[in-house]
Design a protein around this ligand. Sequence first.
Ligand code: SAH
Length: 264
Amino acid sequence: MSEINLASVLSNIRIVLVGTSHAGNIGSAARAMKTMGLSDLRLVEPCEYFADQGDACALASGATDIVASAHNVADLSSAIEECTLVIGSSARSRTMPWPMLDPQEAARLIIETAKKYPVAMVFGRERTGLTNEELAHCQYHACINANPDYSSLNLAMAVQVFAYQIRCTALEYESTVDGIVTAMEKTVSEDKPATAGELNFLFQRLESVLDKADFLFQQDPQYMLRKLKRVVYKAQLEHKEINIIQGIFTSIEKKIKSLSKDLT
Ligand code: SAH
């Protein structure tokens, strides 16, 4: 990877902060990003940091440009829509096991994907992290292996650890032969991977079809839907495959509609 390629790969990586409550953490995260060459910051339902510009700017130091150009987005799905890889960072292991990565593994996957497509690394709230629903938007979860008795890092410090690892990995790739075919590129076909937006739409249709087919009559339908999301992520669907499944859903929906007409 040349220096130019390095910059373009890093520009494909966005950092998404969800529900940040302290303006200072937004500034510190921006500084963590800029020191490692990252610049795309997206804020989902942040605190009123504009009211607290002082804190955000003081802690951003020389990275106030990253704070100023951060995109405010209404929800997580909009923040990650065009991304083909979404990794959620979480200190806690959750009730439902999910494919877990350490920062090195996460960085490798991020760099390999960001050569071609936008990717997102998602961070949660200072007090409560990411909700189960937000974590279910992520194909992988990543955890910094910390002291088990006290494993929760400050938000901006967690951003720093991942950003540093991403930079080290990018530099490692830069020093290897240009054009090396990575393991991932070898397995990737001509078609492009599905984006988070396409997958989100697929999940909405899946939920609606399962509901119409009376499959979601159970105690915790959301739990079942999260399990199904995990199955779908494992398949690493491509754009055309999503279209085929959407076509199947359309046929099933038509059939259910005509069956229910026959019954009336
Ligand atoms: N009490 C919260 C921790 C919030 S810390 C919880 O249990 O989830 C704020 C954010 O920093 C987290 O949502 C996560 O994105 C990141 N973070 C903190 N410590 C981390 C760790 N050890 N590994 C991965 N991410 C971590």
